[in-house]
Design a protein around this ligand. Structure first.
Ligand code: FES
Length: 79
């Protein structure tokens, strides 16, 4: 099976909705992390609204926070 050239990578598709309850996209959360320097789910929730519903997206938000730290600081946060 061949993977389509334009398949969406769930880790880099910035149009992807991370928080379905509040309809917050990955691009919004990524900007909050990168531009505003937010470092916790609570801060992301206050700034973007993401995670202020059923909380199902909290794990994904934590993953994005860890991913950002690894990519930019070369270290891993201990949850
Ligand atoms: S999916 Fe984010 S709070 Fe429900």
């Amino acid at each position: 099976m061949q993977i389509p050239e334009h398949s969406h990578d769930p880790f880099t598709d910035h149009d992807q909705i991370v928080c379905r309850c509040l309809k917050v996209r990955l691009s919004t959360i990524a900007e909050a992390i990168e531009v505003c320097g937010l470092t916790s789910v609570r801060e992301i929730k206050c700034a973007t609204g993401a995670g202020d519903g059923c909380t199902c997206c909290h794990a994904r938000i934590r993953q994005l926070l860890r991913q950002h730290v690894v990519e930019h600081d070369g270290a891993v946060l201990v949850p």
